[in-house]
Design a protein. Structure first.
Length: 405
């Protein structure tokens, strides 16, 4: 079969669904391919985000659990930062993604599930469509623009020869669990060798009886299996799991996220990359759903406007200019800050988290969101963003920032 659309979107995560919605809303004919059997069939993220971002993006409050306090646990230390109001949240990932899918469908985008893009088509050096395997048979789509929102794999960008494999990334494994009791206003990060050799473990609440317990490990710093590490934490019932009562997993999540900064180029003739494909992830806690939705919408709008100009690299340049101006320097600075914590010993972590006792919840959240300003960095005894590098850790003068999920 052969069909024509203005835009083909590869990937049914938050970036792809948001791009499909915005492009269809702008009048473009859009088809979206999702390789899984359903939108959010496989959850690959813990769903941590920020309430102000979700409000600005119009994500309904019933789709997330608000969090106001933040606990850090190291082998011989424990610190809690209590906020005066909820600023962080844990998303119901499946419900959020399907909410975005219904928005895209209502706007007129065609969504094809269990449909895998096998290759991209090129004409005269530009991307001109995709070839996909679908439940209805093989399909060839001719289009002006392909939006690669395929996530960590960057499948369309790689097939087009525009992007390579990520060399530095986080690998994470997580169980969504029933537990007897948890504080639904508190999320916890656990650091040190017993939790993760190059990353951290976490407990993120969805309610008083439902939590996500996981482990993230940075590659190539460690080749440890995050699932094996997670099983070890559960079997030993390490703190703070010993306070949750009975723990019973009901879902297993596994995923990867890039952790080396942004792609140098995210647009080409007939091709645009967004979300994890573009490296739009905050390195401090490796979250990127807010970026995926915001920049997915930007990609869809700019993509629709580019059609009349042939979806050339030049006509897509606004997308790359806008998103990089907003977050590229923050991501680069956060990546340098993150590097300072790789490989800390248990004793060093015990000292490192002590600085949190003197921080407000707002100060901490602004930092882990990568909302850097020179004033905030100096207040935390860190170099300003433009000079931040990765020297030896200055114990007792830092705040915690972590990596892989």
């Amino acid at each position: 079969m052969e069909k024509k659309y203005n835009i083909a979107v590869v990937g049914g995560g938050p970036a792809g669904l948001s791009a499909a919605w915005a492009a269809a809303k702008a009048g473009a004919s859009v088809v979206l391919f999702e390789k899984d059997e359903a939108i959010a069939h496989s959850v690959r993220t813990s769903g941590v985000s920020w309430i102000d971002s979700m409000d600005a993006l119009g994500i309904p409050s019933n789709l997330y659990n608000p969090v106001s306090s933040y606990q850090f646990v190291s082998p011989s230390n424990e610190v809690t930062v209590a906020g005066t109001s909820a600023r962080s949240c844990v998303l119901d990932v499946r419900a959020t993604y399907q909410h975005l899918a219904f928005m895209a469908a209502e706007a007129g985008a065609q969504i094809m599930v269990k449909s895998n893009v096998i290759n991209v088509a090129k004409e005269g050096g530009r991307v001109a469509g995709v070839k996909a395997s679908t439940p209805a048979g093989d399909l060839e789509v001719k289009c002006s623009l392909v939006i690669d929102a395929s996530g960590f794999g960057t499948s369309a960008g790689r097939k087009a020869g525009m992007a390579g494999e990520w060399k530095r990334y986080g690998a994470g494994a997580e169980y969504e669990c029933y537990c007897d009791h948890a504080d639904n206003s508190l999320w916890t990060l656990m650091v040190g060798q017993q939790y993760s050799e190059a990353g951290y473990a976490w407990v993120f609440p969805l309610s008083n009886n439902r939590v996500r317990i996981g482990v993230g490990i940075g590659r190539p710093e460690s080749q440890a299996d995050p699932l094996e590490k997670l099983h070890s934490i559960l079997e030993k019932n390490l703190k703070p799991l010993d306070r949750l009562g009975k723990i019973q997993p009901v879902e297993l999540h596994y995923g990867f996220i890039p952790n080396e900064g942004t792609r140098q180029a995210t647009v080409a003739d007939g091709l645009l990359m967004v979300g994890d494909s573009a490296g739009q992830a905050n390195p401090l806690v490796l979250e990127g759903i807010r970026y995926a939705i915001e920049f997915g919408r930007l990609a869809g709008r700019v993509g629709a406007e580019s059609i009349a100009k042939g979806s050339t690299k030049e006509s897509l340049a606004e997308y790359e200019r806008v998103w990089k101006a907003k977050v590229a320097s923050k991501i680069a600075s956060a990546l340098k800050v993150q590097t300072r914590w790789i490989g800390l010993s248990d004793e060093e972590w015990d000292k490192e988290i002590e600085i949190l006792r003197d921080m407000s919840g707002d100060e901490f959240i602004d930092f882990v969101k990568a909302e850097f300003t020179a004033g905030k960095m100096m207040k935390l005894a860190l170099p300003p963003p433009e000079t931040c590098s990765a020297p030896a850790v200055q114990h007792g003068t830092e705040i915690i920032a972590q990596k892989s999920r």
